[in-house]
Structures are given as structure tokens and as C-alpha cells.
Ligand binder design. Structure first.
Ligand code: NAD
Ligand code: ZN
Length: 342
């Protein structure tokens, strides 16, 4: 089969012929229809510091997809040949303290698809049946593939009550854009979205942002105070991974409010705990991955019911062999989500 493989400990990747993987007794062989590109894949392509410490070549990359079950192992009971599936990208152990207590998103032994296990950027993929998700027939392929990052946004937005709340969303990358649609669907009364990228701010308007702000041109704090009767926002959702943006979020949140953080920071963040957290009595939530599978159920409901239309976010489509074009667009921030037809 053909696949996108990271073979060398250096910049770049290769689109090459590799052996089709074989499924064990509890595994499923899937024929991939569409895979989508995540920032993680770009890190691996560019061989950033994170990738150098975390990734061991050779490996087929990618963790977002939709595909069809082609073959099942003899002990598989949950899916059948022909089912249209996607999958939770955290391949969890099921037996550690966290897995046994309902927190498998922080499984101590999890393997990441496309990093520790051959990924979705190939014609075929083998996965254990316990991570598979059967797709609702009402969800088109181009949306089914993005359910994994959509789920990140679901958990960040819904970490606490959102309806009739004022919200500041920091970062309008694909996940911040999903969150904008989700917050709007859940009845947030005011959604302010901040990003230095005007192309992405324009998409956030389509997703339901009431006010967009470019933090390089405008004073976010003044804007937020002006829009909230000088109160600050009830909810800050951080999707930029930018230290300065988080600092703005901590200033913009009203005393007694909450800050949910999905963004991942390259540099250590410093916070004035007394002033910005304790005496403001705010709650900070770290969000990682998704709840398996309750987040997938919510994601499926948002997409199949029409509550959220992610159409404006899926901006580019390429055949798999042109993955490099998609990665370039992502690096330049000239896209929303890029999907690859396998
Ligand atoms: P992305 O890189 O596409 O989006 C980040 C956005 O933040 C970009 O549009 C960028 O222009 C914007 N930005 C940069 N500086 C900013 C600033 N000062 N103020 C406001 N916006 C700013 O990323 P994504 O795929 O949408 O993911 C969002 C974040 O979540 C990333 O940091 C990613 O690493 C992280 N992430 C975390 C998890 C997890 O499980 N915790 C999972 C997936 C992604
Ligand atoms: Zn575990």
C-alpha cells in the first residue's frame, strides 16, 4: 500500500510503498477514506524540538481519519466488515489506575496513534477494536474525520456551564473555531474571538463569533471590559498555546469565572497566583484528549443534528500524495482544517 512515512530523524517525509499491516485477533483492518492533518503532524514533518524528543522513526503518521472496516480479527465483536469508523487516537491500556477510574484520557500507558503506533496517512490501518467509533450515517466523510479535534473543543467548552455566559476564545486555529461553533450552539450570550490571523478571524465570524479581535492591533482587555459592562468575561477558552494570550485571558476573566486551557505552550508560563487566581477565585481547567466515549457521543450529536456546521472550517482538500501542500498551508496559517483523500 501507499503511505506517508517519517523515515529519518530530519525534516520532511516520504510518500512510499509499504507492506499492508496485518490485524491480530482483537484488531481491525481499516481501509482509510480520508485523513486530516493536525498540528502534531506538522511538528513531526518539520522535526521540531518536540518531535525530536517524542517521535521515533520509521512510522506512518496521522491520527485523524474516517474509513471502512475491511477485515476483523476472530475475537472482535463490536464492529463488522463494512462499518464506517473513526477512532479515539489515545490507545489506552484499560488497566492502569486512571483507566480503571474513568479517566482514560490520562492513561499512564497510552500510545498515540501516528506517533507510537502506525497512523492514518496510508491506505490501510490496523487498530484494536476498543478505540473504534462507528460513525453516524448523517455525518459526511469530511466531517467524520475531524471528530477527534472537535472532541478537544467539546471538552474545553463544556468543562463547565456555558449557556448565557460571556466567553473569550483565544486562538482561532481549527480547534478554537470548532469551540466557537459549540459555544454558540450552547447559547453563550457573547463570544469574543482573538487571533492575530485575520483569515481565521473571518472564519470565526461564520462560526458565530459576535466580536473578533486582532491582539496585535487592538487592546483585548479594554475591548472585553467595554463589551461586558466592565465585568470581564465569565469564561476564557485558551486554544493558542501562546503565553501572552493566556496572560490576557487571566486578566479578562471576571472574578469567580473559569479558564479552560487546551493550548500547549512551548515555553514555561508564569502566573501571579495570588493576584490572578486565588484572590480572583477563578477555576483553571487543564484539558487533554477527550472523554472516551462520552465526548464522542456529544461530538456526534453536535455534527449529526446540525447544531454545529463545521463546513466553513474545512477549507482545503487534497489527494494524500499532496500532504506537503496541506502542511505548508497550516504552517502559514492560510487554512482551517485540511483533509486528505486517501
Ligand atoms: P493552531 O496552531 O492551528 O491554532 C493556534 C492559533 O492561535 C493560531 O490560529 C494562531 O494564529 C493563534 N495565536 C497565536 N498567538 C496568539 C495570540 N497571542 N492570541 C490569540 N491567538 C493567537 O492549533 P489547533 O490545532 O487549533 O490547536 C489549538 C491548541 O491546542 C494548540 O496549542 C495545540 O497544540 C493544542 N492541542 C492540545 C491538545 C490537548 O489534548 N491538550 C490536543 C490538540 C491540540
Ligand atoms: Zn491506562
Amino acid at each position: 500500500m501507499k503511505a506517508v512515512v517519517k523515515r529519518k530523524r530530519a525534516r520532511g517525509m516520504e510518500f512510499i510503498e509499504v507492506p499492508t499491516p496485518k490485524a491480530g485477533p482483537r484488531d481491525v483492518l481499516i481501509r482509510v477514506r480520508i485523513a486530516s492533518i493536525c498540528g502534531t503532524d506538522v511538528h513531526i514533518h518539520d522535526w521540531t524540538r518536540w518531535a525530536q524528543h517524542r517521535f521515533t522513526p520509521p512510522r506512518i503518521i496521522g491520527h485523524e481519519f474516517v474509513g471502512d472496516v475491511e477485515k476483523i480479527g476472530e475475537e472482535v465483536t463490536q464492529v463488522k466488515v463494512g462499518d464506517r469508523v473513526s477512532a479515539e487516537s489515545h490507545l489506552t491500556c484499560g488497566s492502569c489506575y486512571q483507566c480503571k477510574n474513568g479517566y482514560s484520557e490520562v492513561c499512564r500507558n497510552f500510545k498515540l496513534l501516528g506517533v507510537d503506533h502506525d497512523g492514518t496517512f496510508g491506505e490501510y490501518l490496523v487498530l484494536p477494536e476498543h478505540v473504534l467509533w462507528k460513525n453516524d450515517e448523517k455525518i459526511p466523510d469530511e466531517w467524520a474525520t475531524i471528530q477527534e479535534p472537535f472532541g478537544n473543543a467539546v471538552d474545553t467548552v463544556l468543562a463547565e456551564d456555558i449557556s448565557a455566559k460571556t466567553v473569550l476564545i483565544l486562538g482561532a486555529g481549527p480547534i478554537g473555531l470548532f469551540a466557537t461553533g459549540i459555544a454558540r450552539a450552547c447559547g453563550a450570550s457573547l463570544i469574543v474571538v482573538s487571533d492575530p490571523n485575520n483569515y481565521r478571524l473571518a472564519i470565526s465570524k461564520k462560526m458565530g463569533a459576535h466580536i473578533t479581535v486582532n491582539p496585535r492591533r487592538q487592546d483585548i482587555i479594554q475591548l472585553v471590559l467595554g463589551a461586558t459592562h466592565n465585568n470581564g468575561v465569565d469564561v476564557v477558552l485558551e486554544f493558542s498555546g501562546n503565553n501572552q494570550a493566556l496572560g490576557q485571558g487571566l486578566k479578562a476573566v471576571t472574578p469567580g469565572g473559569r479558564v479552560s486551557i487546551l493550548g500547549i505552550y512551548e515555553r514555561r508560563v508564569s502566573i501571579d497566583l495570588n493576584k490572578e487566581v486565588i484572590f480572583k477565585k477563578i477555576r483553571i481547567y487543564g484539558i487533554t484528549g477527550r472523554k472516551v466515549f462520552s465526548t464522542w457521543h456529544k461530538t456526534s450529536q453536535f455534527l449529526s443534528s446540525g447544531l454545529v456546521d463545521p463546513g466553513p472550517i474545512v477549507t482545503h482538500q487534497f489527494p494524500l500524495k499532496d500532504y506537503g501542500k496541506g502542511m505548508k498551508l497550516m504552517k502559514d496559517g492560510k487554512c482551517g482544517k485540511v483533509v486528505l483523500y486517501v
